[in-house]
Design a protein around this ligand. Sequence first.
Ligand SMILES: [Fe+2]
Length: 391
Amino acid sequence: MSSSAPAPATVTRSNRDPLRLVDVDFVRFYVGNAKQAAYFYAQSFGFEIEQISDLTTGSRDAASYLLTQGNIRFLLTTGLHHQHPACQEVALYGDGIKDIAFTVDDATKAYEECLRRGAESAYEPVEVSDEHGTVVMAGIKAMGRVIHSFVSRTGEYSLDNVKKGGQFMPKFQKQTDLAINQYNRQNPVGLFYVDHCVANVELGKMNYWVDWYSEILDFNLFKHFDDNDISTEYSALMSKVMDSGRELIKIPINEPAEGKRKSQIQEYLDWHNDTPGIQHLALLTKDELHTVSRLRQRGVDFLRIPDTYYETVWDRVGEVKEDNEVIRDLKILVDRDDKGYLLQIFTKPLQDRPTLFFEIICRRGSESFGKGNFKALFESLEIEQARRGNL
Ligand SMILES: [Fe+2]
């Protein structure tokens, strides 16, 4: 080590909190066939198939497709041989989310700090570098099959550079001539970032993972009017929301509860090899009506909402600036809290198993998650049932 005084930049860096999360670096999916999945997400949801890492770029173990839209970066990864963890996990869980990765100043320090606080290692620090820069990654285990990677980047691989279209990591190659990318640029869907990411855990484990996010990653229990358990006869789940701070990401954690019907959380666990995992990603748009009409044109399959929902919704939420008729035609849900309102809609599962789905959300002041819609949806289904004489 040099005996001379360290440069000011070094002092600043070493004094920083190792768990200061700069951004969501990427969300990694393990899928059975990344090439085909990339076209599904590009065609259905307007993502750009921006960069690819596969045999042709020197990646011998896995193929990964970087899909981008706004500040969303999905990495779709398929193993190229049967021992690759992606192949093994797809066999157990089907396609789904493996990793919510965070950009940090120093991935090794963030990882070591988490282990010191009691986290379990998912993988030790790995460094990949070439003449353009360096990327260091290390991972810790979260609930079930989910991990959080820490990613630190230098040189041309800085996240700012990646956001401007720079190369994602060594062995990735930009795609310049895909017709689907050109179409998507001309017909933007308008998704901006991952608003929240919901995890399903086993009965009795919600509070364990609330404490884990608080103790290991310094997340806070998000305080707002419905931060208590929302177990009702309708929702059949309990949920607490963990907040990363700095408006980066919120992670609601659900556990099953007894209700009138089988809990949707239990159904997820049944089809996810009894293993906790990510149930949905909520992708934020600033114009729900535009985004949802584009997604419907592209053939996205949304949950069916009974017309009866719209017989009571405006009494419940009051005035909104969007056209009420268009909201009804597009089958968008609306909810209000003390800070404002939100518009939301849920896709059907994105793969054959009833596991991962997306939510498309637009916030007009509201900071909550659409709790009022649980009850409203079940009630409107019952109105339909009653009309059929089946209640
Ligand atoms: Fe949600």
